[in-house]
Design a protein around this ligand. Structure first.
Ligand SMILES: Cc1cc2nc3c(=O)[nH]c(=O)nc-3n(C[C@H](O)[C@H](O)[C@H](O)COP(=O)(O)OP(=O)(O)OC[C@H]3O[C@@H](n4cnc5c(N)ncnc54)[C@H](O)[C@@H]3O)c2cc1C
Length: 493
């Protein structure tokens, strides 16, 4: 059977390794970091276990499909989250819980919009249509060329077209009268790494995913269990994984790659290569393609850069849920300026995950594990991170006040990662945590392709190729790249 080298062990790389090993390919994984998972990683310290990056598990059926189609049992113990999350608005005495149940939602938010149930029902009905009508043709499809792309898009009902050109913010302004509801229904733009002002309204489909479709789950033991299970399966199938191994050169002749070189000069030969490193920046930085020079990469739209804090604290914080957002009073101005700021904001907006709220084993007894994420501009804009301690303390002090808990004197573990750290750990372009954004010029046929333009046995999987960013998307991407490889192999035989 043919040999395949996978460059990178993020969710996209691991899912592809699993699918190819199921078909009998001889797979080797080469990973720059010291352990697998990429952004889906884990930090463990003093009995605290933190999800390093992804903490929202959505579209769980894509994870199940991956395991099922590779002949593996889906052993995770997962719980649906209800309420799905809560929001702390600055200046309000209590938090507001976002529920899948319209009746509860109505009761919770009646002070802001008395007829919210009706409005949400209408909003989610339209969002469902966006989801259902685009999933097959626009998300779960390979595109061979622009005509193929246009033919597939032509199958999407024309009535959705205006929502590609209207911003998500404009949409929520039309559909909700209170600033609070507008904020809640535009938060999903940040999952795409950008703001509701730059995100097409069609992405309101994410609210349908969040509140209706499969919603959010919590996995026993944390998100890294997914990586651990896949690694077990790969090992049992004889897949070799090599860590601290960064591919720095691709050797080719006659438009075919025949080996890659790592940072120590070691040569790794293979028949087929799948690159899970960023599909845009790898083309520029390693393959030296002029279309992806630093100047061109810098002009692309990249998703937010994460500033993350991991806090192990002694004591329980009663009014926290698994997912919690902490928002200020100036959402419009904040969202419009945050990604162009060269210094840290005075009053940051942030998200706090406390998986110890659903799974006791994630923290020692009577403790909480807090993972704080503050979306920041990438390193093109904010280059200097010497203020990281000050920003972390600012966030922690604000959080302590809003939940009424003395965090500073109960801290057992504290770790901070800046966009510089995220860049260096996983080769994330200028520290972008969500890779290329999803504007019209960077989706579908306009996104870096999952098959190389020149090397006929070189493919890509992951957040910067199709269909896009987020764990379920890169799992779908692994299916798409498999289809490409199989099609090419059939043509050769
Ligand atoms: C803070 C944060 C929070 C997030 N939250 C969520 C969430 O809640 N839910 C969700 O679904 N998604 C979330 N995401 C997005 C999600 O993490 C990504 O979309 C997804 O993990 C990307 O997977 P990937 O396989 O494309 O790439 P990666 O995870 O980036 O993996 C690529 C791998 O390739 C390795 N690599 C790079 N270059 C080389 C090289 N030259 N040689 C060898 N190896 C190399 C890297 O070290 C890395 O391990 C979040 C991301 C971040 C940063």
């Amino acid at each position: 059977m043919k040999k395949v080298i996978i460059i990178g062990s993020g969710m996209g790389g691991l899912a592809t390794a699993l699918r190819l090993s199921t078909l009998g390919y001889e797979v080797t994984v080469l990973e720059k970091f010291h352990q697998p998972g990429g952004r889906l990683n884990i930090i463990e310290e003093k009995g605290f276990l933190f999800d390093q990056g992804p903490s929202f598990m959505s579209m769980s059926y894509e994870f199940k499909e991956l395991f099922d189609s590779c002949g593996l049992p889906y052993l995770f113990k997962q719980e649906p989250l209800e309420p799905v999350y809560q929001v702390f608005f600055e200046g309000k005495k209590r938090s507001y819980r976002v529920s899948k149940d319209l009746g509860k939602l109505q009761e919770e938010f009646k002070e802001f919009e008395p007829d919210i149930a009706l409005k949400v029902e209408r909003y989610l009905k339209r969002a469902k249509a966006f989801f259902d009508d685009t999933e097959k043709e626009a998300v779960k499809s390979n595109f061979d060329n622009i005509f193929d792309y246009l033919i597939k898009l032509a199958k999407v009902p024309k009535k959705h077209l205006p929502y590609l050109f209207k911003s998500l913010w404009k949409q929520v302004e039309e559909d909700f009268s209170s600033e609070e509801l507008r904020m809640i229904f535009s938060l999903c733009a940040f999952f795409l790494g950008t703001t509701p002002f730059d995100t097409p309204a069609i992405y309101s489909l994410l609210s349908y995913v969040e509140l209706r479709h499969d919603s959010y789950w919590s996995i026993e033991g944390g998100m890294y269990k997914i990586v651990e299970e896949i690694m077990k399966a790969l090992k049992s199938r004889g897949v070799d994984s090599h860590f601290n191994t960064e591919v720095v050169e691709v050797l080719s002749r006659d438009n075919k790659a025949y080996s890659v070189k790592d940072q120590n000069g070691k040569i790794w030969e293979s028949d087929i290569f799948v690159c899970n490193a960023d599909a845009a920046s790898f083309r520029g930085q390693v393959l030296k393609r002029p279309e992806y020079s630093e100047e061109k990469l810098d002009k692309m739209q990249w998703g937010m850069a994460p500033f993350t804090i991991y806090l192990g604290v002694k004591g329980k914080i009663p009014n926290l849920l698994h997912h919690n957002y902490f928002l200020g009073k100036n959402f419009t101005q904040y969202a419009q300026t945050i990604f162009s700021m060269t210094s840290s904001p005075e009053k940051p907006y942030y998200y706090v995950n406390a998986s110890s709220k659903t799974w006791a084993g994630c923290a020692p007894e009577n403790c909480e594990n807090l993972f704080i994420l503050c979306p920041m501009p990438d390193l093109r804009t904010k280059k200097d991170w010497s203020d990281k301690e000050a920003l972390a303390n600012n966030i922690i002090d604000d959080f302590a006040k809003r939940v009424g808990f003395d965090v500073q004197s109960n801290t057992i573990v504290k770790k901070i990662l800046t966009p510089l750290d995220w860049q260096n750990m996983f080769n994330l372009y200028k520290g972008s945590g969500l890779s290329l954004c999803h504007g019209l010029n960077q989706i579908g046929i306009f996104r870096p392709k999952n098959k190389d333009e020149k090397l006929k046995n070189f493919y890509y999987v992951g957040a910067s190729t199709i269909p896009g960013t987020g764990l379920p998307m890169v799992i779908i991407g692994s299916k798409l790249v498999l289809e490409r490889i199989q099609k090419d192999e059939r043509a050769l035989s």
